[in-house]
Design a protein around this ligand. Structure first.
Ligand code: SF4
Length: 315
């Protein structure tokens, strides 16, 4: 097993990577800086991605009306108390966190970095929403802080991206990864599995795409429908049939076997509050999904990267 892979977990987990790199437990603290999204406000599209309801991934203490410093203090207190974390990465997650003037971005990022226990920032954005100015700002910050740029790809199939109203292509993602590479910050790719019409073999090819690019980290989750989205309406019309838990766990294990060991894994599950979760309603905690996938790898006697480079479908 490669040294980057945690022997028990069989995965190169992001948490362990941070601990190796910084020597202590690091938690990510979500903040809502009040951004919007070009795929919702009309500049790229309207209506947003068919599964998007940002309420589903916003902890209740992050509201744009609450000053950033207060959101941070509440988030850090929670993680200190619950996990004993000593240092923090401020996570700009909601909507498109580079979609503003460079001056505004600089103000927000610098305010987040002003706290002595904050070691860096993680910035979630779309591959078509990263100007040269924003890239330059992140490059400058990365000279003395940790920076992770999180780019949503979601699918490596342009037909699926069109069907889910993403408003960008796989080519946009590849071009942006290449522009962002070599700047001393981590690049993380977001992927989702379970889109209507998506074949498992096609999804697995996304691991080959990640392997071919200078990507440091991935987040993967199952497609799930939450209230207030087009996907929820599709589910009710019978046009979206969610994956079963067993199929998702097997596909996630297949994906990890093809993912190079050098790539850290940040997430394998997406959850939403039960009050707005339409389907599937697995009701798992993040670590329960994590261990379901780890147990599947154990059962197979494999680990992350076991099949890397052999191509989808080969075992
Ligand atoms: S790009 Fe992100 S924030 Fe924008 S509509 Fe899609 S999922 Fe929502």
């Amino acid at each position: 097993m490669p040294t980057a892979i945690h022997h028990e977990l069989r995965i190169n987990s992001y948490g362990h990577y941070l601990r190796r790199r910084f020597g202590c437990r690091i938690s990510k603290v979500n903040v809502d800086a009040g951004f919007t999204c070009p795929n919702r406000d009309g500049s790229k599209g309207t209506g947003g991605c068919i599964y998007c309801n940002n309420v589903s991934f916003s902890p209740k203490d992050t509201q744009p009306v609450i000053p950033l410093e207060e959101q941070l203090a509440a988030g850090m207190a929670y993680h200190r108390h619950r996990l004993g974390s000593g240092k923090f990465i401020v996570y700009f997650q909601k909507y498109t966190n580079t979609y503003a003037s460079v001056e505004l971005l600089a103000d927000l990022y610098r305010r987040a970095l002003a706290h002595p226990d904050v070691i860096g920032i993680s910035v979630g954005t779309r591959p078509d929403s990263l100007t040269d100015g924003a890239l330059g700002l992140l490059t400058e910050i990365a000279r003395d802080h940790y920076v992770c740029l999180e780019l949503g790809l979601q699918s490596r199939d342009d037909a699926i991206l069109a069907r889910i109203n993403r408003g960008h292509t796989v080519g946009d993602f590849i071009a942006t990864v290449k522009r962002a590479a070599g700047r001393n910050f981590d690049i993380c790719a977001h992927l989702i599995h379970g889109f209507p019409g998506e074949r498992r073999e096609e999804f697995l090819k996304s691991a080959d795409l990640i392997a071919s690019l200078p990507i440091d980290s991935v987040k993967l989750h199952q497609l799930h429908a939450v209230e207030g989205t087009e996907l929820a309406a599709m589910y009710r019309r019978g046009e979206f049939v969610p994956l079963t838990l067993e199929k998702y766990v097997a596909a996630a294990a297949d994906f990890l076997e093809r993912l190079p060991a050098r790539v850290t894994v940040q997430r394998l599950y997406g959850s939403a509050p039960l009050a707005i979760c339409v389907a599937p309603r697995w009701g798992l905690k993040n670590n329960q999904m994590w261990f379901a996938v780890v147990n599947e790898l154990r059962r197979r006697g494999t680990w992350q990267g076991f099949l890397a480079g052999r191509g989808a479908g080969e075992r």
